[in-house]
Design a protein around this ligand. Sequence first.
Ligand code: GLN
Length: 543
Amino acid sequence: MTSKYIFIVGGVMSSVGKGVAAAAIGKILQSKGYKVANIKADMYVNIDAGTIRPAEHGEVFVGEDGIEADQDLGNYERFTDQVCTADNYITTGQVYQEIIRRERNLEFGGEDVEVVPDIPNEIIRRIKQCQKKNKAEIVIIEIGGTVGEYQVLLFLEAARMMKAHDAANVFTIMVSYLPTPILLGEQKSKPTQYAIRTLNSAGIQPDFILCRADKPVTPDIKRTISTVCSLPKERIISAPDVYSIYDIPVNFEKENFGEVILRALGLKARKKDMRDWKKLAGKIKKIKKEVTIGIVGKYFNFKSCKDTYISVIESINHASWHFNFKPKVVWLEAEKYEQNKKNLKELDRVAGIIVPGGFGQRGSEGMILAAEYARKNKMPYFGLCLGMQILTISFARNVLGLKEADSTEFNPKTKHPVISTMEEQKNNIQEKNYGATMRLGAYEARLAKDSLAFKAYQQQKISERHRHRYEFNNAYRKLLAEAGMRIAGINQPGDLVEIIEIIDHPWMVGVQFHPEFTSRPLRPNPLFRDFVRAAIKRQASKK
Ligand code: GLN
């Protein structure tokens, strides 16, 4: 079949769940038997998300091939279980960089290079390349931001140009927001009407309007939007707030959204396959038992951004649901422990702690103290990337007695660099060559048969995604192992330590990778699963 393209654009305001909607649409079309691919188009001039501050812009999601991307790629992977790579991510920066590269190589054959059509053409080329590489029958392209923003225009122009050449196969969904002002107590559709007008002025008439609101859209409002925006009522879809994001595809199905889209695309459902997903979404709502998990970190700027640790949170969710528990996540500010060690007592409130990824010295001493507290108190500990390095330092200081043990990231002159950089990274740092130069993407690890990791994965060869510049220093391997640290996973040919475990402890594991990127709602990451199991066990034993 000829591939179909669905653009998803935002109206009225951002942060209303456009990414999750795009992921959920991918999920329902996939469940009807179609091969889908999701793309995120970001307006940033940044080449990728690797240099963006997570506390303001949300987590940097790492693809299998090492692309450092917007967190929405995480939503796509969690919903459609399809691996994302650089092909699934487009930024303004990438597009301009490629056009300028071609111009410098004389590839425009002496013609002048114009913003229009050359920039939209490059956007279209990238979209089609993603279709080809994924052999996708339906490509869903989420355009970041909202219509009317200056920086969105060239992406809208790409959508318009595609539609102009291929009207039967290109579609647009506007995700809009319907506010309910407290004083009025009723939903208002006027902002949506204006947003549609703005989209129209870019030459695009949407094929569907997805109405985000706290409550389902009333029939009256549907009628108004239908009349003013020239769309049949069945194409105005209600998308109210839900208990969990995994309800969204189920809700869409209640509105028959999948069928309505397929009909518009001229396609028929090949199968129906959302049973397991529906079961999970239903189960989540009924769970009563709680397990309390602490996250010891520092990027807790939740006023402006609540998505800094989104994949970690989702992984904890998946793992807890697996055991019919719901997690209660407690945010623990690492710096508090540096100010006063007595504050560590608050760790007694939680059943297990996670030290997630992070960069720079701030907070690291507090995390090191928390790791030691967890080791002494036999509290389940899971270190993700930075958290593994923290565990190494803490163990070297407290068990080996190397009081000055540190990472060269925190103290370049440390006497005992138990975490340090490889040669090539030293050059990168010296030359300030920071973009996309970390150890990135999927690497294999071979697991020790007697390890907790092997017990979790039930196989010896695993592959997980990385994003870091510093590594476990092999010069200290023997010493640490003799003191009771199990080297549980190694990457060959580099002989890099990927997993460490503390032997005299119920569950204390640090991984140099980011297992949170491969957890799926119906298939929790094995290490998260076993960490949560250990936390549940500890919680029960303390009652
Ligand atoms: N800052 C550490 C490094 O670069 C850890 C990175 C991370 O946690 N992603 O190695």
